[in-house]
Each structure stands twice: as C-alpha cells, then as structure tokens.
Design a protein. Structure first.
Length: 144
C-alpha cells in the first residue's frame, strides 16, 4: 500500500480540479465552437448598431469573463439563435470588457450574471437571471 502524504493528496485534488475546469471550459463553447447567430455589443454604440431599428424580439445575455454559469448556458443561447434566426435577434454583452461596457451595466442596473433580457419594439419586456436552459427556452419562445 502506498503511503499518502499531504502533498500527494493536494496534488491529486489539484489535478482533479484542473481536469474539471478543462471540462467546463470545453463545455463553454458552442457545440461546433462557433457563436451561431449571436451578435456582440459591449457598449452603448455597439448596442445601438446591433439593435437600432429592430422592432422584433431581441434576446440579450449579459455575462462576464469569469462567470462560470454564463459559460455553461451560452451553448443553449447559441442554439436558440440558430433555431429562431428568422424570429429574433440574439445579442451577447460582456459586461467587464472595458469602462464603456461597465457604464452600460451600471445604466441598466445589472447586479448579477448571467442576466437575460428580452426586448420588443424598443422596450424591455422581461428580465431574469440564472443558467437554466429550460427557463431560457421557455421565456424566449413565449415572447415570440
């Protein structure tokens, strides 16, 4: 029987953590590694460029670089963007890229991520947080 020292135990748990972390990172991308029909806007000018003149449904995911649940739910968001490409516009906002993105988050009162918003005819019609794929799908489909 091999004697375990505290250091060997720590090494093993770090290895397990790193393996799990790598699995989470792999799961964070879309199935094909792409972004589907998701558009990106990280400040007010980009938001206006992406959504300006669009009276249809706009689904927004607000994330940060370090948000694990944001990375887990993103493939579902990408899948919905592909499934409903003709019916809705899907936009992802990274709230921690620069001072302009942080200013937009402050203006919108974002306090938690992932945060989802649905906009229609220029008005926000729904907002919720959490990384539950079934809730995301239900809210998007019911708003169409």
């Amino acid at each position: 029987m091999q004697k375990r020292t505290p250091n060997s135990r720590n090494r093993k748990s770090r290895l397990t953590f790193n393996t799990r972390r790598a699995a989470v990172v792999r799961a964070a991308g879309a199935a094909d590694g792409g972004d589907g029909n998701v558009k990106f806007a990280n400040n007010k000018a980009e938001w206006e460029a992406v959504t300006g003149g669009n009276d249809g449904l706009i689904a927004v995911q607000i994330s940060t670089k370090t948000c694990g649940p944001c990375k887990i739910i993103y493939p579902t968001f990408v899948g919905l963007s592909e499934e409903f490409a003709e019916k809705a516009t899907f936009v992802k906002i990274m709230g921690d890229t620069d001072t302009e993105s942080r200013a937009l988050m402050k203006e919108w009162g974002v306090r938690v991520v992932p945060l989802f918003m649905l906009w229609k005819n220029g008005e926000k019609i729904a907002e919720w947080s959490g990384a539950k794929p079934d809730v995301l799908r239900e809210n998007v489909t019911s708003a169409m």
